[in-house]
Ligand binder design. Structure first.
Ligand code: IVH
Length: 684
């Protein structure tokens, strides 16, 4: 143990910036090193209290010298100030998904195709567990973590950098190994997950605090990673396994196996213990069976095994299909089942008034997850499966879905089981219920139903909707409970006086909220449309509707056939829109909102000056402030063209962090390179 790995400073005595700089560097290096020993090598060499002391000293120094705090400081692992939104990141190389299969025969035919395409008789695969969490990408520059993002739609994901930094297994600074330094640019991918132990603990706590439980560890991990407040993420203790390298300047791995075994040397957590080289598909299938048997003993959820062609040159030869690679396949496990008692069937009312029957079960552990509720979907399902209250039932849990009731075990009936009936009136407001003739859908017809109101107002004011800052779900609840709002329109009659009488509201915060509410009247029409919560209408469809119909008036009067003429609107969506606007309550709400002064028409698309006519743009690296497709459509709107490769004809290359070969080529050809900020200026 060298002195460097156990630094000790008397923070009180450090007065100059120069001294502080040295101390901060030593403490940071030591903490990074001990993180690596603890989280990656699993062999700590100091006690927890020593570790805590380093962190405390570092924190104190950074407080004293705030300018010396850097983005990769280990203190980032505690989380930082909440953000308003996560923002987006364009992946330097698209993040594709995997073809998923449940059937051995399909895996065999995958292998046949691979063999015939490569013209070889036996393929070497790497088999890895398929971790059930969410995919992330980490970008390192000069050894420092600069951006982390979720997969999103594969092209653009959410920026979760601050949250990722709270995962102790993620190195903020890469390690050098045996004299070889890590690549200058590195883009790696992996899965963020939550252990069963942490998941059950979290759910228990949420239940005690009256919050809803997460359905599975995957949802819990996703919810935790997408927090706006990274101190919340830090408390959730997420974990990560890296499983792929997308870019590594100066390194070209020959095999997936080599990549997997190099990552830990730079400080990454890789599940090498359960990765296996399999010669031929039979060995791979054997391994799948072996892992399936073992999976209950693992402390985290896996939902299958991924087979990847080991040789990277072969991977490149095989190439891609539209959305997934030809060189890999995910062979999933069958859903796990358990039997338990169906104690009761309750009915939940959703934001759109839809009633969903829910199975209340005697708690049962299904593969590590405590299950006490399961969805029964609708009355038709319950009747079809003949599920009765008091039955012993088979419950199934597949990794990423809400637990389901498969059906009753009829042999176990005593005769005292009761047939479930949909309530005649809404369990929350007593309002009238309408049930479709096929019994697949039941809806509370009272759009002022409190159960709907909370959810619908929270949705209305949310980021995707009217985006009223400072109007989170707690405040919505508080203001509804105080009887101050009972509809969308009544939000716009709230006064400073109303609010400042409430708990946790001062004059200033009341004024702040009232101002934000007033500001939201100018939000574009499509946000109002989305915020109103038309069933099946997401923000994308809302935009299309706003553009096509131009105003609330025209949309309200649209006939079914007119709605169906729109490309992205199918019969179900059209039906839903038309039903929504036929509701008298909805029409009254719209009149009230019009009176309140909300925007009821879409802005005319103003013809933009064709400033970029004749110019060609190439985007490369990670964009952190704009989505790549948004940036591209801005360029196109202004008359420019987008290209994916750099040539002499390229006018500008816009390069974000992680830019590699295209940036180099631009420099070689003397093409002007812009940073993201310079691009933003140009657009202005
Ligand atoms: S490789 C081109 N390996 O499964 C291959 N994915 O649809 C890209 N996943 O959400 C993925 N464990 O995050 C790979 N060992 C593993 C994995 C894995 C879990 C997830 C991945 C994505 C999904 C693929």
């Amino acid at each position: 143990m060298t002195q460097e790995t156990k630094p000790n400073f008397d923070v009180e005595k450090i007065k100059s910036k120069k001294e502080a700089k040295v101390a901060i560097k030593k403490l940071s290096d030591a903490i990074h090193h001990h993180n690596y020993r603890y989280y990656i090598l699993d062999s700590p060499v100091i006690t927890d209290s020593e570790y805590d002391r380093f962190l405390l000293q570092l924190q104190e120094l950074e407080e004293k010298f705030p300018k010396l705090k850097i983005a990769t400081s280990p203190t980032q692992q505690i989380g930082g100030a909440p953000r308003e939104e996560l923002g987006f990141v364009t992946h330097p190389i698209p993040m594709v998904s995997l073809k998923t299969v449940y059937d051995e025969a399909v895996v065999r035919s995958f292998d046949e195709t691979v063999r015939s395409d490569l013209g070889i008789s036996e393929v070497e695969y790497v088999a890895e567990p398929k971790f059930d969490g969410l995919a992330v990408e980490l970008v390192y520059e000069k050894g420092n973590l600069v951006v982390a993002s979720t997969r999103g739609d594969g092209t653009t994901g959410e920026n979760v950098t601050a949250n990722i930094k709270t995962i102790k297994e993620v190195p903020l600074v890469l390690m050098s190994h045996e004299g070889t330094s890590p690549p200058g640019n590195l883009v790696v991918r992996g899965e963020v997950y939550m252990s069963y132990a942490r998941f059950n603990e979290l759910n228990k706590k949420r239940e005690e605090e009256g919050e809803s439980r997460f359905a599975n560890p995957r949802n819990a991990a996703a919810g935790s990673l997408r927090q706006l407040d990274s101190t919340v993420t830090a408390k959730r203790t997420l974990q990560i396994f890296l499983y792929g390298v997308a870019e590594a300047t100066g390194y070209s791995f020959k095999t997936q196996w080599e990549a997997l075994h190099t990552l830990p040397k730079w400080g990454f957590k890789v599940n090498t213990k359960h990765a296996r080289i399999c010669k031929g598909i039979d060995e791979a299938l054997d391994y799948h069976r072996e892992v399936d048997e073992k999976r209950d003993d693992l402390p985290y959820e896996i939902d299958g095994v991924v087979f990847k062609v080991n040789d990277i040159a072969d991977q490149e030869r095989l190439g891609m299909r539209a959305r997934d690679p030809r060189w890999a396949i995910a062979y999933k496990f069958k859903a796990r089942q358990a039997t338990t008692q169906l104690l009761d069937i309750t009915v939940q009312v959703g934001r759109t008034g839809r009633l969903t029957p829910v199975a209340e079960l005697a708690t049962v552990n299904i593969g590590g997850v405590e299950v006490s509720r399961a969805s029964l979907h609708n009355l038709s399902e319950i009747e079809r499966k003949d599920i009765r209250i008091g039955d012993t039932v088979v419950v199934e849990r597949a990794g990423d879905v809400i637990p389901q009731v498969v059906g009753p075990i009829e042999a176990k009936r005593s005769g005292s089981e009761k047939v479930f009936k949909m309530p005649k009136s809404c369990p929350v407001c007593g309002g009238e219920i309408s049930i479709t003739s096929d019994k697949r859908s039941a809806t509370c017809m009272n759009s002022l139903c409190p159960a709907q109101l909370r959810r619908s107002i929270t949705h209305f004011v949310s980021r995707g909707g009217m985006d009223i800052e400072g109007f989170g779900h707690k405040r919505v609840e508080q203001i509804i409970d105080a009887g101050l709002i009972s509809s969308f329109a009544s939000i716009y009659s709230l006064t400073v006086e109303d609010l400042s009488n409430l708990e946790r509201f001062g004059e200033r915060s009341a004024q702040g909220l009232v101002d934000e509410i007033a500001k939201s009247k100018n939000q574009p029409f499509h946000r109002l449309l989305f915020g109103m919560g038309i069933p099946l209408v997401g923000s994308q469809t809302a935009k299309v509707l706003a553009r096509e119909f131009g105003s609330m008036e025209k949309l309200m009067e649209a006939q079914l056939f007119e709605l169906l003429q729109i490309d992205s609107v199918g019969p179900e969506v059209a039906q839903s829109i038309s039903q929504f606007f036929a509701d008298e309550n909805v029409r009254n709400t719209i009149s009230e909102l019009t009176l309140a002064g909300l925007t009821m028409t879409a802005e005319e698309e103003t013809s933009t000056e064709q400033t970029f006519a004749g110019m060609t743009f190439v985007f490369t690296g990670t964009l952190t402030k704009l989505k790549r497709n948004e940036a591209a459509s801005l360029v196109e709107k202004m008359g420019g063209k987008i290209s994916s490769s750099v040539s002499k004809k390229t006018t500008y290359v816009v390069a974000g962090p992680g830019a590699g070969s295209k940036l180099k080529k631009a420099q070689q050809l003397g093409v002007t390179v812009l940073t993201e900020d310079e691009f933003a200026d140009l657009i202005k």
